[in-house]
Design a protein. Structure first.
Length: 290
């Protein structure tokens, strides 16, 4: 996990950085096993089971999905790939193959993920990056399922996790199995983190559907601006909050599990009240350092 001056310079130049062998095989396997256990105990969220015949029922269903998402910041919740339920809410595929991601508070409520997130090597990395008061704002386990793992369109994380000033959000993305072009590794536009953001996702008034909207629009990018960033199992990718990145549909037969979480430098930073994600009385953003 050693971050000597030269990779730090690369991170500042490119807006992302690969740190291979950040986690051990045992740590990766422990995270995968814990997720296996969580999924085996999973109840299907009620809004996935709603059968609707009328417009009112459909609206209630949409409100249910919106609430499920908006209140997931301090919970461990399940988000599914498209087309994995029948109209009664029964699985059309094995349930462990149905999930797109689990979010957004594994770092706070699951002992294994809490331990990795607050490990001394993550703390050391934060210190080497010069973070004075880093807090953990969210965490996700992303499955990128074989055949159906959906594409993630080009975006900047600060679109969703907006702060003033910008430049205070940092993603840590840990590969729990080898990630290659075949099973949809991340792609980045090197150096794209220096010109701010043009799009923000904000909450709409309470009770409104949809529960979020975009203001501004994403710039247009060409595929040839991106470079693929394959990483071995255990490798960590540091992601600047404004670097443009994406991942493609996983049409391979191999999954691509990752654990990712975001830090915010809380010193002299204001977290936007318009962000979908808000700290709650139950879970204020936990500090990374003791
Ligand atoms: C993000 O967390 O911001 C990502 O873009 C993750 C995309 C992926 O893992 O495919």
């Amino acid at each position: 996990s050693c971050l000597s001056p030269s990779p730090l310079w690369l991170f500042r130049k490119d807006g992302f950085l690969v740190l291979e062998e950040f986690c051990t095989t045992e740590e990766c396997d422990a995270m995968r096993e814990q997720i296996h256990k969580i999924v085996s105990e999973m109840d299907v969220p009620p809004h996935c089971r709603t059968v609707f015949c009328t417009k009112e029922e459909e609206q209630l269903h949409e409100q249910g999905s919106a609430d499920y998402f908006l209140t997931s910041g301090d919970k461990i919740r399940f988000f599914f790939e498209k087309g994995v339920f029948d109209e009664k809410g029964d699985f059309l595929v094995p349930k462990e193959k149905s999930i797109n991601k689990i979010g957004h508070a594994l770092h706070a409520y699951d002992p294994i993920f809490k331990q990795i997130t607050h490990s001394s090597k993550v703390q050391e990395l934060g210190r080497k990056l010069g973070l004075e008061k880093p807090v953990v704002v969210q965490s996700m386990y992303i499955f990128k399922q074989p055949d159906i793992g959906g594409e993630v369109l080009p975006h900047q994380d600060a679109t969703f996790l907006y702060t003033e000033p910008l430049g205070r959000i940092l993603g840590l993305w840990i590969a729990l199995e080898d990630t290659t072009r075949e099973n949809s590794c991340l792609w980045f536009i090197p150096g794209s983190h220096t010109t701010g953001i043009t799009r923000r996702m904000i909450r709409t008034p309470p009770g409104t559907i949809p529960c979020t909207q975009f203001i501004g629009s994403e710039r247009t990018y060409q595929h040839n601006q991106f470079i693929p960033v394959p990483v071995h199992k255990g490798g960590l990718v540091l992601i600047h909050g404004e670097v443009v990145h994406k991942s493609e549909l996983n049409s391979s037969k191999r999954s691509r599990h990752v654990y990712t979480f975001h830090l915010m430098e809380a010193k002299d930073t204001s977290w936007s009240k318009e962000n979908w994600l808000q700290p709650t009385p139950e879970l204020p953003f936990p500090p990374l350092y003791p």
